[in-house]
Design a protein. Sequence first.
Length: 59
Amino acid sequence: MPQLGPIELILIVVIFVIFFGAGKLGDLGGALGRGIKEFRKNAALDTPSKDEPTRDRSA
């Protein structure tokens, strides 16, 4: 998979600004941040603690 350089990242940001508008990018970033926060919270709840016995999930 090719890596993105600084020119490609700038081009992607410019396309997002044109497509969404500068005002909507703040809302989009906030929604993305909230989504990541919820994902991390739920992922932390799903991992077993050290005291909790592990279950065999292959059955």
